[in-house]
Design a protein around this ligand. Structure first.
Ligand SMILES: Nc1ncnc2c1ncn2[C@@H]1O[C@H](COP(=O)(O)OP(=O)(O)O)[C@@H](O)[C@H]1O
Ligand SMILES: [Mg+2]
Length: 235
């Protein structure tokens, strides 16, 4: 499998999602993956890193929401053996406390930057940015922290997935304006049934699909079902 296709895009690890965005995420771009708890954000982020790893790219997962032990254990259920890739040096997991994340955002310390450069990582996941919003006293400080972070990420040449919990307007950090792309996961009630949908809300430099597409979390991870028509309905 090619992780990096001809026009400088990276596979998301989900073929039917790649189809919606001209083949994948533009190299070096910063994407926001938004959704409520339990919508599959971490699972999708792991699939994204694995697509790279399978093609020889290295990936880094920075987490404040879930411990390494918990994520690695949960991913085994989908047949994703993260321990093995970690041991082989293809995957690096950093578990940060929120105050350490602030240190990382403000000063880039903690040795993470050095490790990213040393291992020549190409894919980064930040899971999640939401908790950090509370660490800054003012909106202006939040925005400046995120600007710093984005500058660093762009310098490192990483293609990045930033996970955000859904929030009213999701205006923390003004992220939706700063990121290059924005994908949203939702749960909806249609009749008696709860369905999961994915939407591409923004994708710079890309002619993307704008429909809400049904997805399911199945035993091999997240799968999209573009042919299933949405019948409408609200949460
Ligand atoms: N083996 C599985 N088969 C089907 N669905 C699963 C399985 N394991 C977890 N899930 C679903 O995935 C959800 C958690 O996915 P996760 O990626 O951790 O979500 P998030 O990071 O958005 O909170 C669970 O709430 C559950 O609905
Ligand atoms: Mg999660």
């Amino acid at each position: 499998m090619l992780a990096d296709n001809m026009d400088g895009r990276k596979s998301t690890g989900i073929p039917k999602l790649d189809d919606l965005i001209e083949g994948g995420i533009i190299n070096d771009s910063i994407m926001m993956l938004e959704g409520d708890a339990g919508t599959g954000k971490s699972t999708m982020a792991v699939q994204y890193l694995l697509a790279g790893i399978k093609a020889g790219e290295k990936g880094v997962y920075v987490s404040v929401d879930e411990s390494k032990k918990s994520l690695y254990r949960n991913m085994v259920r989908f047949g994703f053996n993260l321990e093995e890739y970690d041991n082989a040096g293809a995957l690096l997991f950093h578990e940060l406390k929120p105050h350490q994340m602030r240190e990382f955002l403000d000063k880039g310390v903690l040795g993470i930057e050095e490790q990213l450069i040393a291992m020549k990582a190409q894919r980064l996941v930040l899971d999640s940015i939401t908790a950090f919003a509370l660490l800054y006293e003012t909106d202006a400080k939040q925005r400046s922290a995120v600007h710093n972070l984005f500058d660093k990420i762009r310098n490192w040449g990483l293609t990045t997935l930033i996970i955000a919990e859904s929030a009213e307007e999701n205006h923390q950090f003004g992220l939706r304006y700063l990121v290059d792309g924005w994908i949203k996961l939702s749960r909806k009630k249609v009749g008696q049934e709860r369905i999961r949908t994915i939407e591409v809300l923004k994708m710079r430099g890309t002619k993307h699909d704008t429909n809400e597409i049904v997805y399911r979390i199945e035993k091999n991870g997240i799968n999209l079902y573009p042919s299933e028509r949405m019948l409408g309905g609200d949460l």
